[in-house]
Design a protein around this ligand. Structure first.
Ligand code: PRP
Length: 216
């Protein structure tokens, strides 16, 4: 039986995913070892292989079939816009994609002004401003600490993830518009979905069962 390969997002999301997998009897102790630099782990008994990848790369591995399954944030799935199936909401890693800025920037949004938008998510920002709001803006791609941009005058607003809201609060910024809710999702390669349908369907069903039990 060939391995079923699962791509995990390095970091907090990987640990939460491994917690959930343990509840359906899938263990991978090695992957939890924080001191290890190993990237691929196998569970011979179950015919499973896990690997850890950077968040933005998980949908790429899944689209090309290097991973049959991936666990990825909805933000990354939207931004990457890859050909794959999104089959399940895992319910953790909940946060929101928002347009944020100082209170005063609300006026620019209301009047559809030509403003600068800094973001790690240029595709999401473009889709929101151009296709949903029909507002022409200049999008500036950044790689992190996005909240800095309006503070130092790089942009009027940002498009970014808001979880607790403390980064915004501590920097005198606020949510001006909400784009969409986010959480961790299970994604599946389109060919694997046919070829490995039984195993994938069973895994998704087991995960759904555990989540439903936890909610009730
Ligand atoms: C994310 C996001 C915000 C922050 C939101 O950044 O970009 O900056 O978390 O969380 P909060 O609402 O709970 O304050 P992350 O820590 O991933 O790092 P980054 O700035 O490098 O993107």
């Amino acid at each position: 039986m060939p391995y079923l390969t699962i791509a995990l997002t390095k970091g907090r999301l990987a640990y939460k995913t491994l917690d959930l997998f343990e509840k359906v009897g899938i263990t991978c102790k090695e992957a939890r070892d924080k001191s290890s630099r190993k990237l691929i782990f196998t569970n011979e008994e179950l015919g499973l292989r896990f690997f850890l990848a950077k968040a933005n790369d998980v949908p790429t591995y899944v689209e090309y079939g290097a991973a049959d399954i991936g666990i990825s944030g909805k933000d990354t799935i939207m931004e990457e816009d890859r050909k794959l199936y999104e089959v399940m909401d895992l319910g953790f890693g909940r946060c929101r994609m928002c347009v944020c800025g100082p209170e005063s920037a609300g006026e620019y949004l209301r009047h559809h002004e030509l403003i600068r938008v800094a973001t790690k998510y240029p595709n999401i920002a473009k889709d929101y401003f151009y296709n949903k709001k029909h507002q022409t803006v200049e999008i500036i791609k950044l790689n992190g600490s996005i909240e800095l941009a309006p503070l130092v005058g790089l942009s009027e607003v940002i498009v970014d993830i808001v979880e607790t809201g403390s980064t915004l609060r501590e920097n005198g910024l606020m949510v001006l518009e909400e784009i969409c809710p986010l959480s961790a999702r299970v994604i599946v390669n389109q060919v694997s979905m046919k070829r490995e349908n039984k195993r994938i369907t069973r895994l998704v069903r087991d995960l759904k069962e555990v989540l439903t039990e936890e909610q009730s």
